[in-house]
Ligand binder design. Structure first.
Ligand SMILES: *Cc1c(COP(=O)(O)O)cnc(C)c1O
Length: 232
C-alpha cells in the first residue's frame, strides 16, 4: 500500500465514522503525524490530500520545512514544546496544538506581537491526569483560558489530548467523552481570544472512537506512513 492508498483508506474510515455519528465527514480534519518521515514521504501525504501536517520536534520541523516538505498544507506542531523553542514556531505554524502552561502562552503571545501576527493554538489537556505527561490537568484549563483571554497575539482555537494507552475500547471512549464534555463546557462560555472550533483527538489506533465521541481533528501517523522504525 502506498502512502496515497493509506490516506484514502483512512479517509474512508473517517467518513464511515462521521456518518455513523450523524455528522458531515467534511467537518473532520485529517492531520498527518509526520514524525520520523522524510520530506519526500511527507510530500506524498500532502499530494494525497491530508488537511494538515503535524510535526513533533522543533528541529525536525525546521529542517523539513526548509526542504519544502509541507508545501501546500497547513503546518501544525503537535509535540512537547519547550519555552526556548517557541520563537522557531510562532508565525511559522498555522496551529500549535500542544500549549499547556501559562509560560508558553505568555512566550507565544510576546513573539506573535513582536512579529505582528496572531498565533492560533490549541490547549493540550492531560485528561487522565497521568504523571510525566504533557498537558494541563482538566481542572487547570480555566486558568489558562483566563490568561489567554488577556494575552495579545494568540487565539485559542480548541483543545487537544493524547489519552493513555488503553486495552479496552470502552476505556479510551471514556477519556474521549470527558474531553468532549470539557470542550462543550468551554464553548458555552464567552471569552476574548477563545473559540472552540477544534477538538483534536484520536490517532491511528483509535481515531474512529474519537470521532464517535465528537473529535473533529484526528492526528494519524502509522496508518498513513506505516510503522515507525525507532532503531534508525
Ligand atoms: C505520533 C503522534 C500521533 C500519531 O500516532 P500514530 O499512532 O502513529 O497514528 C498523534 N499525535 C501525536 C501527538 C503524536 O506524537
Amino acid at each position: 500500500m502506498s502512502i496515497g492508498d493509506n490516506v484514502r483508506a483512512v479517509r474512508e474510515n473517517i467518513a464511515r465514522a462521521a456518518e455513523k455519528a450523524g455528522r458531515d465527514p467534511s467537518e473532520i480534519l485529517l492531520v498527518a503525524a509526520t514524525k520520523m518521515n522524510g520530506a519526500e514521504r511527507v510530500r506524498e501525504a500532502v499530494a494525497a490530500g491530508v488537511d494538515a501536517c503535524g510535526e513533533n520536534r522543533v528541529q525536525e520541523l525546521v529542517e523539513k520545512n526548509a526542504l519544502g516538505a509541507y508545501a501546500g498544507a497547513p503546518l501544525h506542531f503537535i509535540g512537547h514544546l519547550q519555552k526556548n523553542k517557541v520563537n522557531k514556531l510562532v508565525g511559522v505554524c498555522d496551529l500549535i496544538q500542544s500549549v499547556d502552561s501559562p509560560e508558553l502562552i505568555a512566550a507565544i503571545g510576546r513573539r506573535a506581537v513582536l512579529l505582528g501576527v496572531t498565533q492560533n493554538i490549541l490547549l493540550e489537556v492531560n485528561i487522565a491526569g497521568e504523571a510525566q505527561k504533557s498537558g494541563v490537568a482538566p481542572e487547570g484549563i480555566w486558568q489558562l483560558l483566563d490568561l489567554a483571554a488577556e494575552t495579545a497575539g494568540i487565539s485559542v482555537q480548541g483543545l487537544m489530548t493524547v489519552p493513555p494507552i488503553c486495552e479496552k475500547t470502552e476505556e479510551i471512549r471514556g477519556f474521549f467523552d470527558r474531553m468532549y464534555r470539557l470542550y462543550v463546557d468551554i464553548r458555552a462560555k464567552k471569552r476574548d481570544n477563545v473559540t472552540m472550533r477544534f477538538l483534536s483527538m484520536g490517532m491511528s489506533a483509535d481515531y474512529v472512537e474519537a470521532i464517535a465521541a465528537g473529535a473533529n481533528m484526528v492526528r494519524v501517523g502509522s496508518a498513513i506512513f506505516g510503522e515507525r522504525d525507532y532503531n534508525r
